[in-house]
Design a protein around this ligand. Sequence first.
Ligand code: HEM
Length: 345
Amino acid sequence: MRWSLDTMLAENLKVDGGGLNIPDTREAMVRSSEDAIRRSFGGCGEECTLVDHHKFATDAVHPIEEAAFRSHLYRMYREKRAELEGGSTNSQRGNPENLLEAMVKSQLDAEAEAKLAGGDSKVAGLTESEIIGNMWTLIFAGHDTSANTLTFALAYLALYPEWQEELYAEVAACGDPNFGDMPKLPLCTAVCLEALRLRDKVLVTMKEATVDAIIPYTTWNSDGNVTQRTHLVKQGSIIAIEQTATQLNPHAWGQDNLNVNPHRHLHTTPPFVGFATGQRQCIGKRFAETEMTSFISGLCSKYIIKPVKIHPEESWLELKERLIHSAVEEITLRPGQFSLRLEER
Ligand code: HEM
């Protein structure tokens, strides 16, 4: 939670006021990553070999932090392993407390089993490099996506203050919400889903057809006449799913498809592909929803979010252009630079 908050505020926004004193520097990014890694994985500088695509992604997104980032992952892994080998934590009793513990525990269990069976414990279970690769995948997959979705959600809230009041009422009705209160905060979740629908972060997903399949689809002309069609997709075909177009399809989402309306997520919606669907959909979906709901509810219960104009005459439409439409396509859709002011309620 704190990670996404730090990262988002330091990287994408320059928060102005409101007591959240987080400097807008690359150092803050490194520091917040350190914090986050500890929080996510419980707790360690050396070289490591990440598989190529992980390395590519790290280089592309945060070149300055890459070395520090990798060495932290390795340090945490080794500290956790030493802890589990020598200590008596919950994890050793069978209840891993976080993902790192779960992975290291499975590694230690596999090694112990191999030893008992007279095999080579060094080749049993996940390798050190595989554990680091998984830590990196989870952090990479869960960090930019959540932070950017939250950034857009805040931008929409700043532009549409009426939604903030609804959120405030929802949170106030909960008192001091905790994890068990998630179902009582549907609008807080819906605001994030609507930000994700309108500004989808994972722009394209690629799938391979494992069997021949007939896929239904629709086309429509400028008069709004819709034609239902089908297309035979042969086994082995690679399909690129345009997430953004899918989420904005007026045939599925209605003629108000471009409007900001979190309420649409309170009911059954057309297929929502923000987290993908099917067997390889996002495994962090619930985590992300919980994290984002917790963040939005916490913030809206204490602060009013306001856009900061770059000059006094900046119009609402100009603000919207800057906050929402200046986003750039990188590996995910990254919001442009803008400032928000948090005023205490
Ligand atoms: C708003 C936040 C998030 C969005 C929009 C998002 C979106 C997605 C999408 C669209 C995919 C499918 C990619 C594809 O099929 O090519 C995916 C997969 C994945 N996500 Fe997320 N994600 C989010 C948060 C998270 C978090 C918090 C985690 C981890 C804690 C996570 C871990 C993963 C992993 C490991 C996969 C790969 C799953 C697989 O291939 O089986 N994601 N995510």
